[in-house]
Design a protein around this ligand. Structure first.
Ligand code: ADP
Length: 177
């Protein structure tokens, strides 16, 4: 049995086996959570990402965590919202699935996600929260090495949107927003 919870915080401080980065196709760092992770992990992360060379939208790659507490960073590229015209919902689902596949491949027991695509990539928050939570919960129905998955919300709006989906599914919320 694995647990899923929505928590408030900064993903770089999570003490888990793997944190997920909402990266871009270049893997060369950027704003938002990507920038925060690159700053906290240190310059070696950029060299490592440069060697990998890039990642397609909806796909994921893994690197060491370098200076982070997390052992690994799973970099996934969320879709840029385009009014739902370019398969964004399925691509977002793939981000969560492929990230969890990599976590399993690398024997991770604990994994933390940020809210992929809902910042600079403008994916509507309520829809993204529903996709994220349902995809993760469905994945966790399988018997894998994963014990705990955290959705780490950086701001009030994000936390409220994810909690709303949790309540609609009849699940307990950890922090009341
Ligand atoms: P994207 O380009 O995929 O939209 P962003 O980084 O712009 O990615 O935003 C994704 C989400 O990550 C947003 O909810 C943003 O508030 C959040 N975020 C930004 N910094 C952090 C952080 N340090 N930890 C967790 N979430 C963060």
């Amino acid at each position: 049995m694995s647990n899923f919870s929505v928590v408030k915080g900064n993903i770089v401080n999570m003490k888990v086996d793997a944190i997920v980065n909402a990266a871009n196709t270049s893997l060369m760092g950027g704003d938002g959570v990507d920038g925060a992770i690159h700053r906290a992990a240190g310059a070696e992360l950029l060299s490592c990402c440069r060697r990998i060379g890039g990642c397609k939208t909806g796909d994921a790659v893994i690197t060491p965590g370098f200076k982070l507490d997390a052992k690994y960073i799973i970099h996934t590229v969320g879709p840029v919202w385009n009014n739902g015209l370019t398969n964004e919902e399925e691509l977002l689902r793939q981000c969560y699935k492929k990230s969890l596949d990599l976590a399993v491949e690398y024997n991770c027991r604990t994994v933390a996600f940020p809210s992929i695509s809902t910042g600079a990539y403008r994916f509507p928050l309520a829809k993204a929260a529903e996709i994220a939570i349902n995809t993760i919960l469905e994945y966790l129905e399988q018997d894998t090495c994963i014990e705990d998955v955290y959705m780490v919300c950086f701001d009030y709006n994000t936390m409220a949107a994810y909690n709303k989906v949790m309540r609609a599914l009849g699940r307990e919320v950890e922090e009341d927003y």
